[in-house]
Design a protein around this ligand. Structure first.
Ligand code: MTE
Length: 320
């Protein structure tokens, strides 16, 4: 995310990529297969780049997965936005390991017949885990392709039986001041709050996410549980959730509060509607090299046929 006083390209946008170039090639194609490692320097580069953390098996869902080349583990876990840990792209990888991940419970309440607080292990077991390879398009005009593991949020929402009052879902993410240097800044009101309309939250593409690359989510990517909404700009996909609240009114999210002219409630990826300070027509795929050609951004991040119906009759310029 970019605040009005920041320039378009931060130093952190450039440095890590020179390191990643080359490494990406090693993992493409063989992304989910075990690597046969020799003693060459290249093999050591690949070793750096291997997924770590507890294994989290998930069955690939081909219907909801793109065939595009996935980004490497290294790219996905070192180029992050998680402002609680700082605004640099490398800050989350550096500091997020201080976050306390256990015990972890999530409160699901509000306009539901069966409010409940669930332990993270029970949440993981609530429905079969699927691997879904989604594009993630950040509002800052870069993108990644990520093999997530999770299940449709709809499973959890049905479990708590929403009432007729439930028109919106509010996601609240954790605040741990001792572990999170970023929450001392007033760049956002903490906790980080995001929201969806009920029909968006119930859409099968909306993924309650516990892992990536067949392992538990690394802290910097939103451990132990986050939401992923692939047709919206990445800021809608709140990390490290502690509460899911259903209500009748549209919430004001953290980014709407911080810069209402720049970040709207809907935030559907839309190449035809520029951000007030930069174009959204194209994007830079992380790992493709800083000078590589930018790729065109697609309406709804390429998920148009799946989700465009949700917005029939709406003016998407006004509802940005
Ligand atoms: N969630 C929290 N709690 N804090 C954040 O700063 N950043 C958002 C989103 N979720 C953010 C967050 C933004 S702007 C993006 S682009 C994605 O996380 C990035 O997810 P990734 O780092 O796993 O690629």
């Amino acid at each position: 995310m970019q605040r009005p006083w920041k320039t378009d390209v931060a130093p952190s946008d450039i440095t890590p990529e020179s390191v990643w170039r080359g490494r990406r090639r090693l993992l493409q194609g063989a992304a989910l297969a075990p690597l046969a490692l020799g003693a060459s320097p290249l093999a050591h580069a690949a070793l750096d780049n291997q997924p770590t953390g507890p294994v989290l098996p998930a069955q690939r869902n081909t219907e909801w997965s793109t065939n595009e080349a996935v980004n490497s583990w290294q790219e996905i876990t070192t180029y992050n936005n998680f402002y609680e840990f700082g605004t640099g792209k490398g800050d989350p990888a550096q500091y997020a390991n201080k976050m306390q991940l256990s015990p972890w419970t999530v409160q699901i309440d509000g306009a539901v017949r069966k409010p409940i607080t669930l332990d993270i292990d029970d949440l993981r077991r609530l429905a079969p885990l699927e691997e879904r390879v989604y594009r993630l398009r950040c509002v800052e005009a870069w993108s990644l392709v990520i093999p997530w593991a999770g299940y449709s949020l709809a499973h959890l929402l049905k479990h708590v039986e929403p009432t007729e009052e439930a028109k919106y879902v509010v996601f609240t993410t954790v605040v741990q001041p001792e572990a999170m240097p970023g929450v001392r800044s007033n760049i956002l009101d903490w906790p980080y709050v995001e929201g969806l309309r009920m029909d968006e939250a119930m859409h099968p593409l909306t993924l309650l996410t516990f892992g990536l690359y067949g392992h538990d989510l690394p802290a910097q990517d939103g451990a132990p549980m986050r939401i992923v909404v692939p047709w919206k700009y990445g800021f809608k996909s709140g990390k490290s959730l502690v509460r899911i609240h259903l209500q009748s009114t549209q919430p004001t999210t953290s980014w709407m509060r911080a810069a209402p002219q720049e970040y709207g409630f809907y935030a559907n990826v839309n190449p035809a509607v520029p951000h007030p300070r930069w174009s959204q027509a194209t994007e830079r795929r992380i790992g493709s090299g800083f000078f590589a050609a930018r790729i065109p951004t697609r309406p709804f991040n390429g998920y148009e046929k799946d989700v465009a119906d949700l917005y029939k009759g709406m003016d998407l310029r006004r509802n940005f």
